[in-house]
Design a protein around this ligand. Sequence first.
Ligand SMILES: [Zn+2]
Ligand SMILES: [Zn+2]
Ligand SMILES: [Zn+2]
Length: 281
Amino acid sequence: MVEVTVLGIAQDGGHPQPGCLRPCCANLTEHHYPVSLGIRSDEGTNILIEATRHLGDQFTLWGQTHVDHLLLTHAHFGHVDGLGLFGRETLSAQGIHLHVSEEMYHLVDQTPQWNLMVQQGVFEIQTFAVDAALYNKGELTIEPIRIPHRDELSDMHAFIIRGPNKSLLFLPDHDTWDETLTVHKCSTLRQWLSAMRIDIALIDGTFWSEDELGGRDQSKVPHPPVLQTLNMLGEREDGDPEIFFTHLNHTNPLYDQDSEQMKQVSQLGWGVVHQGQRFTL
Ligand SMILES: [Zn+2]
Ligand SMILES: [Zn+2]
Ligand SMILES: [Zn+2]
């Protein structure tokens, strides 16, 4: 049995987002951590995707405090800012297999704090290639998928986690459906998910709509809005995978279970993933 635990559902800034005094972040009873997944293999190996600054809370949620393998999708802040917690000042971990792309490896190598941790034996770096599984033991296989996303620091990879019965796609960030589908030579989202044999898809739901970006220059924060994804998908049909939105910006109305927007998502047969939710693959 392979078990995946959702350790965070927020965009990089978290929810509440530091500095936000608006109703979306004021007086919250529940905090949402930046996206992360904990995977426990059938052999008892612990694999963590993303290193966030809420690692401690996420360990509590997961019920695990030991990481054998750490996978990073890309270099944006919320996905990597917890890397330092594995070092001497905090966990004093040794020999964690850090799986990164070739580009991400260069960034680790050129970042003095991270490079030092590699020299101290905290991380053993293993670079992955898109045409091969990065992990394949027992009943668990993990494959990286190349994804177009702002690449000023590193490239970006989604991960497919395959257990004995089901496969889960983790796609927290991308720029546009157009670019993602074109890279993978598919014309529709359904076709792409079916080509990858996905049963459960956790996909980029950063913004509900373009309005949410307010006066910000949209080209600087490109994520396909949930509304656009819903228009592409329409209603869930027989044989469709389960699709859940994740990586929600603090302004996203989908944090509110009772919002009109949330009703719209569920009426079409899709969902928003919960922090702490577990999937057995
Ligand atoms: Zn992100
Ligand atoms: Zn806010
Ligand atoms: Zn990003």
